[in-house]
Design a protein around this ligand. Structure first.
Ligand code: SF4
Length: 248
């Protein structure tokens, strides 16, 4: 059952919440705005707003769900945040390993911590690892991701705020692209998106176009629902091919 509005997953699991801005893509972070709203509503876990916080009572949550589910891990945080203790990460990956009926999509902007953690540990078969590449300066994260033996490696190119240029997509299985939403959203040039779609096609990588966001394909600012998610007149909702989920 889908329990989140995030188009490319089915549910979210947040064993930690809160984060710190680290990159240009963080400027209008939706998780920060949401955390402030939840704090105002006195929601447990958000007592300190967007401060990074461990929520160990949530570690067991995936065990309660029997139906195979695709979880986006830490939609409200970054799993490889500087304040994340490695022994707590071990507990998270222990839950992941012990619930093989589920898939876990893990996305980070903190490639150094990602690499450090997995330099001494293996990636569970049901964990997909991804990095955010919102502009060309973040492309080095792809090279780091490529070195980590995950069954599925993916890129979130969202919010796309600049031309990323040429991409080496070898050993990358999935690319998600989206424009920014909200009052302060930065525009996304259609040529940047088409460039990525064409490179995915050439390099045989699944391409998922999430949305235009606040700025439409025609360069007009309006409601993101109205701007939709058609690119070159069609929807692009490809997902990684089944053979990618074979052991690495
Ligand atoms: S890394 Fe993600 S969650 Fe953290 S501040 Fe940046 S956009 Fe927000």
């Amino acid at each position: 059952m889908k329990t989140t509005k995030i188009e490319w997953t089915e549910s979210t699991w947040n064993p930690t919440v809160g984060c710190t801005k680290i990159s240009a893509g963080c400027k209008n972070c939706y998780a920060e705005a949401m955390a402030r709203r939840l704090q105002a509503m006195n929601m447990k876990g958000y007592e300190n707003g967007f401060e990074f916080a461990l929520l160990p009572e949530r570690l067991e949550q995936p065990f309660l769900i029997k139906k195979p589910t695709k979880f986006f891990v830490n939609s409200m945080s970054d799993l490889f945040h500087e304040k994340m203790p490695f022994d707590y990460l071990d507990s998270i990956f222990d839950t992941i390993r012990k619930t093989p009926q589920h898939s876990y999509q893990i996305l980070t902007k903190r490639d150094v911590m990602l690499q450090k953690y997995f330099s001494t540990r293996t990636v569970p078969q049901n964990a997909w690892l991804g990095v955010t590449v919102e502009h060309a300066q973040a492309k080095s994260r792809i090279d780091v991701l490529r070195t980590i033996p995950a069954s599925i490696r993916f890129l979130s190119i969202e919010p796309l705020i600049d031309d990323v240029g040429m991409l080496d997509l070898s050993d990358i299985h999935w690319v998600i692209v989206g424009g920014e939403s909200g009052m302060s959203a930065r525009p996304m040039n259609p040529e940047w998106v088409i460039n990525i779609q064409q490179q995915c096609q050439k390099q045989n990588v699944a391409f998922f176009f999430k949305q235009w966001g606040t700025w439409g394909e025609d360069g007009m600012k309006r409601n993101k629902k109205t701007n939709g998610c058609l690119l070159l007149g069609k929807e692009w909702k490809e997902t990684p091919k089944p053979e990618h989920s074979l052991p690495f």
